[in-house]
Unconditional design. Structure first.
Length: 239
């Protein structure tokens, strides 16, 4: 009999888990890096057991966010560096649009450990003879527009394959003799990402084919139970 956890997952079930993860993020239960990691894992999951692992610490159903029109209008939150540096990293909350202005200075926004309470992160970045740097988890979708005059605006992020419902970071960049750059984890000092770290630790212990190892362990467990059951039957018959 097939183990229920080993039943193959469907595309619809993967999308349902991705939506549950998105709602959990808006409710403040997941950081942006956790949402990105788990979304990537959901799309690569092949069984119900793998999908269940991604949501085992989340409620079965989250509250549905209120429509955008029902929410009070929020002002943009600004980070400004004028002939100096402004940095925002670590654990923080994003529940409104962001703005970054660097005038002969630097502004750094690290979004990876932020709690994102909106459907997407919207940033207006202005650089005049300065640098605005935005760090995101690899795997998010970055939508960069705007203009650069004697300056540069660019993305250096490992994005997810097309068709995945991954987190979105939208950046409107305006650079005059300055730079606006969006970096991924692979181009910044990496974080120890909870789910990814667990997955890497498992691979280091058991090799790349950890799913096959799991199947082997379950098979050996069933065989051991069968043998023990046979021994009990033999004892009952007086052998």
């Amino acid at each position: 009999m097939t183990d229920p956890g080993e039943v193959r997952a469907s595309d619809a079930e993967r999308e349902a888990v991705v939506e549950q993860l998105r709602v959990a993020s808006v409710e403040g239960r997941l950081t942006l890096v956790e949402l990105t990691d788990r979304t990537e894992a959901a799309y690569s999951a092949t069984t119900h057991a793998e999908l269940a692992l991604l949501t085992q610490d989340l409620p079965a159903g989250g509250a549905v966010p209120a429509p955008a029109s029902a929410r009070p209008e929020r002002k943009r939150r600004w980070f400004v560096g004028v002939m100096g540096d402004t940095k925002r990293r670590g654990s923080w909350r994003i529940d409104q649009e962001l703005g970054a202005v660097a005038v002969m200075g630097d502004v750094l926004l690290d979004l990876r450990e932020a709690e994102v309470r909106t459907d997407m992160v919207d940033i207006t970045a202005v650089s005049v003879m300065g640098d605005v740097k935005i760090i995101v988890p690899d795997g998010v979708h970055v939508d960069l527009d705007g203009m650069a005059i004697m300056g540069d605006k660019k993305i250096d992020v490992l994005e997810a394959p097309p068709g995945m419902n991954v987190p979105v970071v939208r950046v409107h960049a305006y650079a005059v003799m300055g730079d606006v750059k969006v970096f991924g984890d692979s181009r910044a000092k990496p974080l120890r990402r909870g789910f990814a770290a667990w997955r890497e630790h498992w691979r280091q212990l058991h090799g790349d084919d950890w799913r096959e190892l799991g199947r082997q362990l379950r098979h050996e467990g069933r065989e051991l139970r069968r043998q023990l059951g046979g021994e009990r039957d033999g004892l009952g018959r007086g052998y």
